[in-house]
Design a binder for this molecule. Structure first.
Ligand SMILES: Cc1ncc(C[n+]2csc(CCOP(=O)(O)OP(=O)(O)O)c2C)c(N)n1
Ligand SMILES: CC(=O)[C@@H](O)[C@H](O)COP(=O)(O)O
Ligand SMILES: [Mg+2]
Length: 628
């Protein structure tokens, strides 16, 4: 056996008989296990290292077969997975057909709600509480939320509602002073003030003592405890904001002190109604490198345990965005850029260092960020919002109502468009073309490579209207092409006859590869068109293609529903195209996690699958006579 205690933990029930020193050893073993496994699979390391004792305490006090813990974002649910029967499968986490990196209801009865996007836990938990109330359920409901996720508008809406309700709901606020980068905003400052005031800390410890000294159990105990709390409110000030909102605040307490955690949770179980326990933890706890640099260890790829993650200056699309904006910022001294807690992920980190006042981090608040950009743009100043495709879903109404309706000069730099891989269904950027296509006044681009991305960002800087530019996670080699042609027109990259593939963004690479193989293996020459502008479509070129080709394929890494292909089909209809038009796109369903290459192949976007689709469509039998 490699782990003395951990190897015997197959369900939370196995925690019950452990002595305190065994729990201490178990926490150590879990950290070792996490580091060892994540160094091989990649994943969210630092957040999980920080919640080991907290998760152990939650599982010691609550029974997740009936009690519900909603993990906000869910990236910190690894310890929960390990304790709830998924230890042996843990090596498969985030890999195709393996465990998900987020809570999944079909993975375990202990996962009550699925997450991935931030700030949903309080709303979801409150919904459970209301439903439970009607049904007469007596189970406990807990929202486990980080200090970063608490800055999200949805969490604040949930908290606001919770405070006015009498729902029996415990919010456990896991405060590690970090979002992915440093946490930002007034609420974050407020929590910081609570933390640094040691007098408060002593008083709040005293508060737990007071509550736990109440001898009565049940409703009476809760009422007495609440009275004590109310009585002390004016002396014990930490968390007054929550108290005033109607959510009883307790804490802050040390989130690495298992015994105190268990005691606090046991006592809070007796107090009915909305309450919040403020727990202080250290992100990356127990792994030197992660403690020193929690940002870099938030989400990691494979790494060597002794050396830590290798910091290489990555050449990727996000980096290109940061560098291009830097050029623009140097020339136009007024324009501003916005990130919603993702400065490093979107490549704005260095720009923020150079122009701290002109790169605004709003916290996890994509809706707010979009309207903020609209406000900036309403003064005539160009606003850039760099955001992951999947998180921009949070800003849908704001794009329509605040940006597009007023036709304002906001540029949405949409990172992680298409499949992202291991984060899976909550994170694939596969809906943006669908949700953007329907918005009037918006110009949408999907550049084929980094050079084109740079060129499009630069050339659209002078536009006074809304622009959206989508690009994928990671890197691609640039494709040889005519550098100076018009970005508002499609570009023919490879000449062909009869068959044309209209490809967007990253998919241009796969289309080119497929067409080369079709030519060498079957002597079929496909035209490959870089359809870099999606809205408005390049109708002139489409007309030429409809006239000259018999088979038209569209290719995109977006959902087929409402994507590029469907728009092209409707235009071809208007043009009375009489040949065959086929959409190659992601299906109208959620796509699981796994490496991008596996998923491309499974869903028909790999060059090989594109080739097969072309062959199938044209009919292999009379292939050479009809097509070549
Ligand atoms: C809507 C949305 N925006 C952005 C993210 C990216 N994201 C994932 S975790 C995270 C930081 C969360 O910080 P916190 O809640 O404090 O948890 P910690 O990582 O510190 O444990 C961010 C910004 C997300 N998952 N969802
Ligand atoms: C949990 C979460 O939303 C982020 O941590 C996300 O996993 C980051 O993804 P990238 O690795 O693509 O930046
Ligand atoms: Mg945090």
């Amino acid at each position: 056996m490699m782990y003395k205690i951990l190897d015997k933990i197959n369900s939370p029930k196995d925690l019950k008989n452990l002595k305190e020193e065994e729990i201490f050893l178990l926490a150590k073993e879990i950290r070792k296990f996490l580091i060892k496994n994540i160094s091989k699979s990649g994943g969210h390391l630092a957040s999980n290292l920080g919640v080991v004792e907290l998760t152990l305490a939650l599982h010691s006090v609550f029974d997740t077969k009936k009690d519900k813990i909603v993990f906000d974002v869910g990236h910190q649910s690894y310890v929960h997975k390990i304790l709830t029967g998924r230890r042996e499968k843990f090596g498969t986490i985030r890999q195709y057909e393996g465990l998900s990196g987020f809570p999944k209801r079909n993975e375990s009865e202990h996962d009550c709600f699925e997450t991935g996007h931030s700030s949903t836990s309080i709303s979801a938990a409150l919904g459970m509480a209301f439903a439970g109330d009607i049904k007469g359920d007596s189970n406990e409901i807990i929202a486990l939320i980080g200090d970063g996720a608490l800055t999200g508008g949805l969490a604040l809406e949930g908290l606001n509602h919770l405070g006015s309700s009498d729902a029996n709901l415990l919010v456990v606020l896991n405060d590690n002073e970090m979002s992915i980068c440093e946490n930002v905003g007034g609420l974050s400052d407020y929590l910081c003030n609570i933390r640094i005031n040691t007098v408060y800390r002593k008083l709040s410890k005293h508060m737990i003592d007071l509550v736990s000294s109440v001898p009565i159990v049940g409703v009476k105990a809760s009422q007495t405890a609440v009275k004590i709390k109310d009585g002390l409110k004016h002396i014990v000030m930490p968390g007054a904001l929550f108290d005033e909102m109607g959510v009883k605040y307790f804490g802050p307490i040390d989130g690495h002190d298992y015994k105190t955690l268990v005691r606090a949770l046991e006592e809070l179980k007796k107090i009915k109604g909305p309450k919040l326990l403020h727990v202080i933890t250290k992100k990356g706890k127990g792994y030197k490198f992660a403690e020193e640099d929690p940002s870099s260890y938030h989400g990691v790829g494979k790494f060597e345990i002794d050396k830590g993650v290798m910091k290489v200056k990555s050449e990727n699309y996000s980096q290109t965005v940061g560098e291009t904006l830097e050029d623009i910022f140097n020339d136009d001294t007024e324009c501003l850029a916005i990130t919603a807690a993702m400065a490093n992920g979107t490549g704005l980190e260095n720009l923020k260092i150079k122009y701290p006042k002109r790169v605004i981090d709003v916290g996890i608040a994509e809706g707010h960020a979009t309207t903020l950009a609209a406000g900036i743009a309403s003064t005539g100043t160009k606003a850039y919002f760099a955001v992951y495709s999947t998180f921009l879903q949070r800003g849908f109404d704001e794009i329509i109502h605040d940006v597009a309706l007023q036709n304002l000069p906001v540029t949405l730099l949409i990172d992680r468009a298409g499949l992202v891989g291991e984060d899976g269904e909550t994170h694939h950027g596969m809906f943006d073309l669908s949700y953007l296509n329907l918005i009037p006044n918006l110009t949408i681009f999907a550049p084929k490579d980094k050079s084109e991305l740079r060129r499009i960002i630069k050339q659209t800087h002078s536009l006074k209207t809304p622009v959206a530019i989508r690009y994928p996670r990671g890197n691609d080699l640039d494709i040889e092409s005519s550098k100076e042609d018009d970005i508002f027109k499609w570009e023919t990259l490879k000449k062909g006859t009869k068959i044309a593939i209209l490809a967007t963004g990253k998919m241009v690479h796969n289309a080119l590869k497929a067409s080369r193989e079709l030519e060498t293996e079957y002597n079929i020459r496909c035209e490959v068109v870089n359809s870099r502008i999606i809205k408005p479509l390049d109708i002139q070129t489409l007309e030429d293609i409809a006239r000259d080709f018999t088979h038209i394929f569209t290719l995109e890494d977006n959902s087929i529903a409402g994507g590029f292909g469907q728009i092209v089909l409707s235009e071809l209809n208007k043009l009375n195209f009489s040949g065959k038009a086929v959409n190659i796109a992601l299906p109208d369903s959620f796509i699981e996690h796994g490496s991008v290459d596996i998923l491309y192949d499974k869903y028909g976007l790999s060059s090989n699958k594109i080739k097969m689709k072309v062959l199938d469509t044209i009919g292999k039998t009379n292939l050479f006579e009809e097509i070549s």
